[in-house]
Design a protein around this ligand. Structure first.
Ligand SMILES: [Zn+2]
Length: 468
């Protein structure tokens, strides 16, 4: 249940958002309803709230994006992430962009980022069992740490309590507590000419049976339903081995080989001797080299950040380039011995690529849009020129767009705004969200919805809203 039905008519900023802390706190609610005549003095929310399970939640990094986010219609999954960076920078960035619901620091401190009822942008391009856009139906928890390192005892303790509370609140079964690496997928790129699993290794080790046991969770899924169904192909066998192979050993029944068992009237052949379940030692990831060589590509090392401006390539001849500067041809001829530094500046987002993107800063058009590069829902905004959709451009036109060109992926254009068609009638409460954009046709500029008021909507503005 959520408040969307009656709250849709209200501007989101008027809602008592503080009440969406772990446990709806009646005290805060009452405070919000207290005489609202003198808004000059704003009571600051208490920085720490204690939940029913005795868990302390700090709101020190509560995201300013809370006012722009819509409530989720359903909550079916919990997605676990690793920040891949230190606490402070990760907290600041996750808060600024509203990219998860909770962060668990190495000392076990729990931070609330986005209120648990609202949508946080944490999963990016994602799919599980045919369901896409997991942001719309999941809670995202970031754990400060790395995908290939064990987390701390204090983190296990906090996370276990938090999961217990969330599972109870939303009636989420253990099998729907997943890692980001399980649900993230990538569009076709230079290395994989198909939609693939393996875009991220985020949260990888949290899928291990030992980690799940410490978190009070039953063993996870024993196979990838989307790979099995052919919706995706597996581009990272080692990741799949870590996520699933060991679960097969403890699964009650072996999975049928080669898809559904064929119904046949032929006499039953004697059953082949059942292969003894191969009990594998818990899969340990191989050390991850950051040098390109036989069997190790830029994609293997940097994943979906291979063409980020924050990823730096040092070639054997000493020359350096960022991922955003490398051409299509150079990807194919990258020499062995090239050293790849992901997040060389130490500040790149783990999730990233949400909302407005910039060619040459966030990556190339190809890398950012994947197989949506020439789609009707991809929009390009070359500086000082009219915008165009990918569907009206040739690939060579798109690839020659100058660095600095902005783009939106997975959007639809509604409008233009006119006296007969006010913006609220075009896109409802999305009108002032930070991930909604206004195109001013006279000035040829783009502004986010959270910088727009009813008075500053540009004349004849075209409005770009996320496709849901
Ligand atoms: Zn993640």
């Amino acid at each position: 249940m959520n408040g969307s039905a009656h709250s849709a008519a209200l501007p989101r900023r008027l809602l008592p958002a503080a009440c969406a802390l772990l446990v709806a706190c009646a005290a805060a609610d009452a405070a919000a309803k207290a005489p609202a005549k003198k808004p000059a003095w704003k009571p600051k929310p208490a920085p720490v709230v204690r939940t029913a399970d005795g868990l302390s939640v700090s709101s020190k990094y509560r995201s300013p994006r809370n006012t722009q986010r819509r409530p989720r219609k359903t909550t079916r999954f919990i997605v676990l992430h690793t920040t891949e960076g230190a606490a402070k920078g990760s907290l600041e960035k996750l808060s600024a962009n509203g990219e998860c619901h909770y962060v668990v620091d190495t000392d076990g401190t729990l931070y609330l980022i986005v209120d648990k009822k609202l949508v946080a942008f944490h999963a990016g391009l994602s799919m599980w069992d045919g369901k896409t856009d997991l942001d719309g139906c999941s809670i995202g928890i970031e754990i400060v740490g790395r995908h290939d390192k064990e987390i701390t005892a204090a983190q296990y303790a906090t996370l276990r309590k938090l999961l217990s509370e969330l599972k109870r609140t939303y009636e989420i079964p253990d099998r729907n507590v997943l890692t980001h690496s399980m649900v993230a997928y990538g569009n076709a790129n230079h290395w994989h000419k198909y939609r693939h699993r393996g875009r991220k290794r985020c949260g990888m080790l949290l899928a291990s049976p030992s980690a799940r046991a410490k978190l009070g969770l039953q063993p996870g899924p024993s196979f990838d339903p989307d790979v099995k169904a052919g919706r995706l192909r597996n581009a990272d066998p080692e990741l799949a081995r870590i996520l699933y192979a060991k679960s097969a050993a403890v699964a009650a029944a072996p999975a049928p080989k080669g898809g559904a068992p064929a119904k046949t009237s032929a006499p039953a052949a004697p059953a082949p001797p059942a292969a003894p379940p191969r009990v594998q030692a818990v899969a340990k990831p191989a050390p991850e080299s950051n040098v390109i060589g036989p069997g190790r590509s830029a994609w293997d090392i940097a994943r979906d950040r291979y063409d980020d401006a924050s990823t730096v390539y040092t070639f054997p001849n000493g020359r350096r380039k960022t991922g955003a500067e490398i051409t299509s041809k150079e990807w194919r001829t990258m020499p062995a011995g090239t050293v790849v530094e992901v997040d060389a500046a130490g500040s790149a987002p783990e999730n990233g690529n949400e909302g407005l993107l910039t060619i040459g800063v966030d990556g190339t058009a190809d890398g950012l849009a994947g197989d949506a590069i020439a789609s009707q829902s991809t929009f390009y905004f070359p500086e000082g020129k009219p915008y165009r959709t990918g569907a009206t451009m040739s690939l060579s036109e798109i690839e020659s767009l100058p660095s600095g060109t902005r783009m939106l992926v997975g959007y639809k254009a509604v409008g233009p705004v006119s006296p007969k068609r006010p913006v609220f009638s075009l896109c409802g409460v999305a009108w002032n969200r930070g991930d909604t954009y206004y195109w001013d046709p006279a000035r040829r500029t783009l502004r986010p919805g959270d910088e727009i008021t009813e008075r500053t909507i540009p004349k004849d503005a075209m409005v770009f809203v996320r496709k849901d």
